[in-house]
Write a protein that binds this ligand. Structure first.
Ligand code: LLP
Length: 422
């Protein structure tokens, strides 16, 4: 496979750079494992959506579960994004990043009463509600507070997003959304609740989607529903089509965000819904290809059946291979090293056979050299854990030739701090 590097990541003088910063300098300064993000890459990814939706009333709510670092959030918020949150913790982070509460939407199947109260109190823009039980509790909480909760109902369009089963969410067997046949009834119920104000309709069919067809299919089903809901006397203001657009990990060819939205808007217009506000919740496609994880080779462990390259990043830092058998490209930081190439399984130090980052990779490196795991901007640091009492990595944001530490490396003391009762 020929190596295609994501935008803003390139070799210059045989050293891997993000924008104008050499990654080996950052590894020396901040240690490894280290996440490094290109600000320009995120802004370019956002600009593609903004071009696609230009001239329409719209709100792009970055799904912050993909990467919730405050500096990442602030970059996207300052460029115009709202935020899609799924917990009280994300709300606190969203507010700390300075987003206007009215530009927050709250997704997720299991919001607690306390999370509802806090979000209502903060004045968020919309709750994306996923069940009748949730609607009823939200109605009661809002009435107790003397407020009306802005809601959109998440529908499950039963569309195959053609992605990994763990990240597919729009099939009728998934726990998400309200089944197509129950949607009209649920809207009528919501419209009759004095603590609720119906604003829109919402769907999200999955993640790492690389084709346009599932979006069009889901859109048609959502628009069918909008027509019947409005015919029943419940006005729908906005259409929220969720996130899900994929990125290139391994020769994947998702549509560009602007090209995708050109097609989707054509369909919306053709069906007579062009006047509606569009809301979207992209996560991975804004940040995924903007990040790398730099790691150092600790040991080489050649064997009769397999050669293992043991590195200092692990499944607790980069959980996607272990969880979804996901592929991330792995490349050396220096391309000028005269090392023999071998085929390696790149693995971490965690005590699990599932702790691998890449399998059967041809790499010309040896212990002490550094590697970069690519496309590590989304669902890596945000899913990192402290398994094996491993402190989480540091994060650096690069802007041109400037690099700044945006999260310091955790320490063992940080990990001990919350525990009591000895
Ligand atoms: N909106 C909702 C309601 C979602 O559940 C998600 C992702 C998004 C938006 C953003 O989707 P995106 O644009 O990032 O595809 N950990 C998995 C991905 C889980 C996605 C969960 N929901 C992975 O690493 O592939």
């Amino acid at each position: 496979m020929t190596l295609t590097l994501p935008a803003h990541i390139h070799y210059r003088d045989q050293l891997l750079h993000i924008e104008d910063v050499a990654l080996d300098r950052l590894a020396a300064e901040y240690g490894t494992p280290l996440f490094v993000y290109s600000e320009q890459s995120m802004l370019d990814a956002l600009a593609a959506y903004q071009r696609g939706l230009a001239g329409r009333e719209h709100l792009i709510c970055y799904a912050m579960k993909a990467n919730a670092n405050l500096a990442v959030l602030r970059t996207l918020v300052q460029a115009g994004c709202g935020l899609d949150i799924v917990s009280g913790g994300e709300m606190a982070r969203a507010l700390a990043a300075g987003v206007a509460p009215a530009k927050i939407i709250f997704s997720g199947v299991g919001k607690t009463r306390q999370e509802m109260r806090d979000a209502l109190g903060a004045g968020i823009g919309c709750f994306n509600v996923e069940s009748t039980a949730e609607l009823d509790v939200l109605d009661a909480v809002a009435r107790e507070m003397g407020l009306r909760a802005p809601v959109s109902i998440r529908v499950n369009p039963n569309v195959d997003a053609k992605t990994h089963p763990y990240i597919s969410t729009g099939l009728k067997d998934n726990k998400f959304g309200i089944a197509h046949d129950d949607v009209l009834r649920t809207y009528q119920h919501a419209a009759a609740c004095s603590g609720l104000q119906v604003l829109g309709i919402d769907c999200h069919i999955g993640s790492q989607i690389t084709e346009t067809a599932p979006y069009l299919e889901a859109m048609d089903r959502v628009l069918d529903l909008v027509e019947s809901i409005e015919a029943a006397g419940v006005p729908i203001h906005h259409l929220d089509f969720g996130g899900g657009l994929g990125i290139n990990y391994q020769g994947d060819t998702p549509p560009a965000a602007d090209a995708l939205w050109l097609q989707l808007l054509q369909r919306i217009d053709a069906r007579g819904h062009g006047h509606r506000k569009i809301v979207i919740e992209p996560g991975r496609s804004l940040v995924g290809n903007a990040g790398v994880c730099v790691t150092e080779v600790v040991f080489e462990k050649p064997g009769a059946h397999k050669n293992f390259l043991i590195v200092d990043a692990a499944m607790n830092d980069l959980p996607r291979p272990a969880m979804y058998q996901a592929f991330h490209q792995i490349v050396p930081l220096r391309s000028d090293l005269a090392r023999p190439a071998h085929t390696w399984d790149v693995v971490g130090p965690v005590c699990e056979s599932g702790d691998w980052l890449g399998r059967d990779r041809t790499l010309a490196v040896q212990a002490g050299d550094h590697l970069a795991v690519l496309s590590a901007g989304a669902y890596c640091m945000s899913m990192a854990s402290n398994y094996n009492a491993r402190a989480r990595a540091a994060e650096v944001l690069v802007h041109g030739s400037q690099a700044r530490l945006v999260r310091r490396r955790e320490t063992s003391a940080d990990l001990l701090q919350a525990e009591t009762g000895l």
